[in-house]
Each structure stands twice: as structure tokens, then as C-alpha cells.
Write a protein that binds this ligand. Sequence first.
Ligand code: SAM
Length: 497
Amino acid sequence: MSVAGSIRLFSRHIRVATRHCRYAANMSSIPTSPAPLPRLSLDPDVESHIKKTYCNSQVVAAIGKEEAERKFHITIDRLSLPPGYTTVRVCTVNRTRDLIREELQQLLKKEYSNKAAPCPPVEPHPVLPDVLVIPTTGPHPNLQHHTKEIMVDIHCGAAILRGAHIFAPGVLGATADVQAGDQVSVYVDVEGKCLRGFQKPYSGPRVFVGNGVARMSRDDIFSVAQEQLSGIGVEMTSPLYGCPPLNDVMSDSIFLQNLPSTVAGHVLDPQPGERVLDMCAAPGGKTTHLATLMSNQGAVIALDKSQGKVDKVMANARRLGLTCIQAYMFDGGKAASEAAVCEKDETSLGDPPYPPNTFDRVLVDAPCSALGQRPALGNKMKLKTLKSYPSYQRRLFPAAVQVLKTGCTLVYSTCTLTLEENEGQVEWLLNTFPCLELVPQTPYLGGPGLSGTSLTQDQLQMLQRFEPWGDNRGENSHPSDRDTIGFFIAKFIKRAR
Ligand SMILES: C[S@@+](CC[C@H](N)C(=O)[O-])C[C@H]1O[C@@H](n2cnc3c(N)ncnc32)[C@H](O)[C@@H]1O
């Protein structure tokens, strides 16, 4: 069995059923959603808040209520589906994109040689020099529903929709008679009811995400303590959507990264030899991109708030051979100190905090409500939590602006949809830090910012908003740019004023 498609489900995502889980008997009587994937269910207050973003009075005045509501509905509809393309960022420090593309295509041909589905093409992105794109296929209609069933949580379900196999600890439940080698159908427990101790047979709504072959029996999975489980529990042979299984593939030279995230790295545009601060770095997607763009020369300081997250950044840096990254467990909001002294060596800045005017570039890829992430099969966030993000994000900026050198670049990004965390933050930043000038971005693959704040039309044109519905992009844009996660990017230069 190939380990190429195995997924490491992070422990917070793993809620393995107790070994007494026996919902099996009642499972097959539960109706399954007829649609490929149901619309994302959000807390009603959160959904109405998002609606207010898309249908605010300025938007309605500009495009009309009907069109504004259409965009809101398409946005929500798209959130449960995977993006139209898998995007792979290549680490070009030692090898060219062409060489990496050829090797990846060969590996995929091998992987698909015993599958019914054709091997997808791996193509270079026409604008981003270090990105490869692979089209998503599906939804595949008429997939058979097997009597033997596997249940997973929403995070594992989302990973399956993006090409992953099921790592054994991710199996929440299995019908009583599942043996290794059995054909199984895989369902997602969308309401998280299977997480409640498995005292009763499962009866909540579930969503079909495809078929696979069990690589372990039910007993193999549930007779062992969760910590001792490893390996693939179910190999997905006919997923509802076809994305290539790329986890653990060519891990020294590729990074699976959503397309707008790769754009953010290019917009920051770090140069070899510079000092760059990535204030909210884990798991290091953008950190490793920045270091790659710098040809591994200079210093990328990566901060995050827990040691586990910092360890992930360093693990990703190591696997890609990027030695110019130094990661620290540190609150980004406290990264600046007048009293701090910086080591003289350009490549080793020492521990945070840092004195004012230390960095050539600062990235604030802020913790956010993440409403743009796709596919999302469930979201239990409450309005109170949603509303807590803007003030938390604002805490980060005084330090970000202070440690940035005059004349240098600050990029702010989120993977969410709301006005308050995106255009609203830009408005606040410009009012709070007169030294910041909003500037145009290159490359520009997204669409303009959304109306609804005091930002002018010219300012909105300088922002990049990636909407999940994608028809806010330029006519000549590549299809992979039009079916992405929701994302937002703003770029500023710190002026001497
Ligand atoms: C959107 S994620 C970053 C993703 C990352 N830039 C990437 O591309 O892989 C936001 C991160 O901010 C971190 N974070 C939250 N509060 C923080 C703080 N006060 N200081 C530093 N990091 C923080 C979170 O732990 C989380 O890892």
C-alpha cells in the first residue's frame, strides 16, 4: 500500500470512537443527502452577519439587491465544495519547477495506474512561477453505496475531499463487520454527534464523501489505544471529488498551498539577504515560501503562540532544507521593544522582541474566522467568536508597524470573508497609522475589495479579495484563479511621516 496518500490528522482533529462504538447496526437505515454535498450549515447569526457583508448598503446601491444576494448565496454554496484546483507550491532553491513538475507527474501516473480514474495533468500556473496546478474532478455521480460503512469527522471529511486517504486514528466508527480488504462507503458526521462518547447508536445527519478499501479491520482500529494507532485505515479508491493524494509526496520539494496564499508571499516579495518577520507563522506555509523566494539567504523570523505550532514551522523548514528560518514561540503583538538589542549578524537576529526598524518586510497573516476555507462541511462558530477577531487582529499591528523599517513593506492577509476582518481592518490601519500607505499589489489574481467602509474605489482596487465564487477576477485569468478559497490581501509601505 502506498503511503503517498496517507494523512496525519492533527490530534485536535482526532476523536477516535471508543472501542465500544456500535452504531453499526442502525447506520444503513439513515437517509443520506441526495445532493453531492449539502450547503454549509452555519450558525444563523453568523450566516446573517456574512449576508450583511455581501449585501451592505453600499454594495446594494452599486449592484442591486438581487445581484448582491446572488453573490452571497453562491459564496455559501461554494464553501462546502473543494476548490477547482489543487495548487502545489514548489521549493525552487535546488531544482526548477519544470523538473519538479515532471517528477510529480510521473509519480501521479504510477499512483493512478491501478485506478479507474485517469491521471490528472500537472500544469505550471501561467503567472505564479513556483506554482503547479492540478484540476479537481467531480462530483463523480452514481457511486455505489456499500453496506459496510466508515464514519469520519468534518476535518477528516474535508481532507478526503482534497485527496487524502483516511489515517487510522481518523476513523470515528465502522460497521461491526468491516475487515481489511472490504469495500466501504465513507460518511462524514456533519454535526459532530459521533463525538459524544458513542453511548448510543449514531443518528445524526451524515454526508457521503466516497468509497474506499479498508486497510484495517474494525477490530484492528478499535481494539488499540488511539495513541498506538498508525497507518492508513481506509484507502480512498473512489472519492466523490478527485484531488490527487499528495501528502507525504516529494516532501522535500513541494508544499500543498491554496493559491491565494501563494499570491500573498509574492505580494510581500522578499529578496535574498533581507530580514523578514512572519508574525503568525504556523504551520509555516508562507514562512517557507518567503524563505524560498529569498533563495534561503537572509533571515525569516517566524512567530507563533505555542511550542507545538513553532515545532511544525521548523519541521516544514527542515523538510524543505530552508535554513534561514528561525521560529519562536512568541506573541506577535509583543514583537517590538525599544529596549531590545538585535544581534549584528544579518542572518541571526536572536530571540524576539526586536528593536524598531529591524525588518525589511513584515507579514501579518492574521488569525481569523477562516470562513473562506473550503471545503467546509460544518462550522459551529458563534457570532460572539466571529466578532472577537477584529480586535484580536488589531493587537498585532502596533508591533508590526514599529519593527518595520521606513520605506519597507507590510502585508496583511486573512482567509475569511467578513468586511470587519478585511476592508474594515485596512480602514482602521490607515486611520491609526498615518505612516502606512496602501499600495497596489503584484501579482494581482484576485478581485477588488468589497464596498461598505470609507475606503475609496481607488483604494478598493488596491486590495485583493479572492471570493469563492470567483467571477470577480479578470476575464483573462486562469481557471485555477477563479475557484479558490476565500482570501484577502492588503499591502502597505511605511512612509516617514
Ligand atoms: C492564519 S494562521 C497562519 C498560517 C500561516 N501563516 C501559514 O501560511 O501557514 C494564524 C496563526 O496565527 C497564530 N497566532 C494567533 N495569535 C497569535 C499571536 N498573538 N502571535 C503569534 N501568532 C499568533 C495562530 O496560532 C495561527 O497559527
